[in-house]
Design a protein around this ligand. Structure first.
Ligand SMILES: [Mn+2]
Length: 365
């Protein structure tokens, strides 16, 4: 028996960090990623496609997305099992509740695990979030009531991973990996965490197409072969449509504003997709750095998202301290105050930027 598992596609994500054009193309890429997932599932001749939740965003979905999903799964034609998560929780007014799904689509609708016998001796237990928060753990007070191979599909927070992934948030449908064998399940296919994880008893596929910057680790859809003894073999398949890069651009040594654009253009010349550029370093004191001036600096990219990192203006302190100005007197007095070197540097930079009227433009480093 062979499955393709994915989760956390988050169709219709707002992409608030991007402008409207970039956000729209990123949303198109999410749809193309689903089409790619279906194609991989056909190419690999799977028996069923499994989605472990957060397929779309309840707050954002459009009628267009509903029809896209209906048609995509209808054309796919093979069995599809959907276990709604906290972002796509199931209710009568949800997208899930409104679509006239084709008969190959099986939607889990209850906040308790219910069985579907996929083939003789292999049962898939699935459940749904029925609200956006506060869903209790699906494995609490659950146990398998039959023999054969028992697998589960749901959206939830594995406790051991919780600290690293979602600190400070109330967990959604929490569980411990150790509960999985205790309940009689061989394995759980789970969504929610965007970082991929191949546990002994559970698999998080990770979000298949980038949703933000800094996502690392091999992620995608997971091809799962279930042996006759219930053993699980996994292979992750890259299905992403978007390229997202994080780049740091050093502004040290530049002496005029156009060089900011030049350095950004150089740093991104070989890249594609969406690039977040973090500016840092020590530009000369007369260089004004305004993020809006970078518009069009890398026109070949799908999107450029600039931000200010740690920028320290290279002021000529010796020369300024000799000036017969308020600014000169400020520098001379700070230097005479015998502060700790790091504090002296911060006081001088903050003060000199204020004198230059650029306190809003540059972060204090
Ligand atoms: Mn989630």
């Amino acid at each position: 028996m062979r499955f393709l598992l994915f989760s956390d596609l988050h169709l219709d994500t707002a992409f608030k960090w991007a402008g409207p054009d970039v956000a729209a193309s990123r949303r198109r890429a999410l749809r193309e990623t689903l089409q790619r997932i279906c194609q991989v599932a056909l190419d690999e001749n799977v028996d069923a496609l499994l989605c472990a939740g957060d397929l779309y965003e309840n707050d954002m979905f459009s009628a267009n997305t509903a029809e896209f999903l209906r048609l995509t799964f209808a054309e796919f034609g093979r069995p599809v099992y959907l276990a709604p998560g906290n972002h796509d929780w199931f209710g009568p007014k949800s997208l899930y509740g409104q679509v006239a799904w084709s008969s190959n689509v099986h939607l889990f609708q209850t906040p308790q695990l219910v069985p579907v016998e996929i083939t003789s001796g292999l049962t898939l237990w699935g459940a749904a979030h029925a609200r956006s928060a506060g869903t209790p753990g699906f494995l609490d007070s659950f146990s398998v009531d039959r023999g054969g191979i028992n697998l589960a599909l749901f959206h939830g927070s594995e406790n051991a991973e919780l600290a690293g992934q979602e600190s400070g948030k109330a967990p959604h449908a929490p569980f411990n990996a150790a509960q999985i064998p205790q309940t009689g399940l061989q394995h759980a296919f789970v969504g929610h965490y965007h970082a991929p994880k191949d546990g002994e008893w559970h698999t998080y596929p990770g979000n298949p197409d980038p949703l933000s910057f800094g996502e690392t680790g091999e992620r995608g859809a997971v091809l799962i072969d279930v042996g006759d003894d219930g053993s699980i073999t996994r292979r992750r398949i890259d299905v992403h449509r978007s390229e997202v890069h994080d780049v740091e651009v050093d502004l040290t040594g530049i002496s005029h504003t156009d060089q900011v654009r030049e350095r950004v253009a150089q740093a991104t010349a070989q890249l594609h997709g969406v690039v977040r550029v973090t500016l840092f370093g020590e530009p000369a004191q007369d260089v004004d750095i305004r993020l809006r001036d970078l518009a069009g600096a890398a026109a070949h990219l799908e999107g450029l998202v600039p931000r200010l990192g740690s920028i320290a203006t290279a002021y000529d302190l010796e020369a300024i301290s000799q000036e017969q100005t308020v600014r000169g007197r400020f520098v001379a007095e700070v230097q005479a105050a015998a502060l700790e070197p790091d504090i002296e540097r911060r006081v001088l930079l903050t003060g000199l930027r204020a004198f230059d009227g650029r306190i809003d433009e540059l972060e204090v480093s």
